[in-house]
Design a protein around this ligand. Sequence first.
Ligand SMILES: [Zn+2]
Length: 250
Amino acid sequence: MSSSGNLKIIDRWKHKKDDPEIQEAFKIATVGPGTSILLLDDSIDMPNHYGLFLPKRLYRYSGHLWDEVFRSAMRYDYDYSLGCEYYIAISSRVNRIRKEYPAFFMYVCAHEMGHARIFLSNPELHIFSSLLESFFKEASGTIKINPWEYPHEKRCDQFGLSVASKIYSHDTLKAEIPQLMNSRIFNADNLEPLLLLPERDNFNGLRDELIHFSISYKNELIALWIEDLRRCGNYSLVNEIKDIESLFVH
Ligand SMILES: [Zn+2]
């Protein structure tokens, strides 16, 4: 894995003149090669996400939320955006608490860098995880699942915790989470699992975990994906998978 990527931070809040901690996290996360943009924008509120990751290559498949994010990035740094390959946007809810909860903020950034890391080492694995997240509920019918329970989200959480701990210390990070739970800024139920999650600095075995997680619903998933391809044509992410059946082979 190359660590030669570089990160351009677009910080519309101008919290700091430079961001050595974020650059340090980016280095630890070894996201590269290529240029990434990290967008910290007070106008991007994401009610269901702390942050988002999108490779430019997959832009056409992204929904309207990313349209907004891209428009914002391009408005402020148009030329640079064009040469950029990966985008991470952090929700305004998280940007707002950056000063008070720096380790948590870093965990969110590094969680998204984790998605970037998965994509860079194996684009199809990232696409598989995205397709699972979009269609698993419908495929499984009655299963209730929280967003953080998907294997790739859990692993990105572990990765994010690991990177944030390296920068701010494990104790600082673990102290901020209960404070945030009490503050009611975010839903405490979403934060509590983080307290029990062991840190991990790699994504070894993720493919097997995704297969194990989804294999019981393989037929339903494939049927939904084929239907999506029929309905959305060029705008279906399923286009990026060469052989759907092979996704489920260990
Ligand atoms: Zn995630």
